[in-house]
Design a protein. Structure first.
Length: 160
């Protein structure tokens, strides 16, 4: 699907380029242009076609950058810039699989903790890596996108 996802992004870029009208189209064009540039740079650096996971990784990284910027702009009182970053993030997220719900993440974390407890693993922060690794492994088996920082917060809350 990596190539298909890349083709979809390229086709959307061409469509927006042909029919660009308004601020939202200009923003989408800018976001897709930057994304395609990042994809091409990654392909050059790593040689060849990008896999589905690599494409999604690039998009997730771009979304994370936007979310970090939103936080910084909000703290600095730059609401208009934060809103622009939010719109860019929404555009990028349309190319990612649906994100796992908080309830689903909570269930996975709960199940992993139960399994690890039965296996005799101590519920302490020194075992944080063990829990994170197992939760991430189970979560990745889902076809949905996962939020590592959300999972990390839940794991930390349950460890003492």
């Amino acid at each position: 699907m990596g190539l298909r996802l890349q083709n979809k992004i390229e086709q959307d870029f061409k469509d927006v380029l042909k029919h660009r009208e308004g601020d939202e189209a200009a923003l989408k064009l800018s976001v897709l242009r930057l994304l395609l540039s990042q994809v091409k740079n990654f392909a050059i650096d790593h040689g060849g076609e990008l896999s589905d996971e690599e494409m999604q990784s690039i998009i997730k990284k771009a979304v994370k950058e936007r979310e970090d910027s939103i936080s910084q702009y909000s703290k600095a009182g730059r609401v208009e810039l934060a809103e622009k970053e939010e719109r860019e993030s929404r555009i990028l997220k349309t190319y990612l699989p649906e994100e796992m719900s908080a309830d689903d993440v909570e269930k996975i974390v709960s199940n992993v903790f139960t399994q690890q407890e039965k296996a005799g693993v101590e519920l302490t922060m020194k075992n944080f890596g063990v829990f994170m690794q197992e939760v991430m492994r189970v979560a990745k088996e889902s076809s949905k996108s996962i939020n590592g920082s959300q999972i990390s917060e839940l794991v930390k809350k349950r460890l003492h």
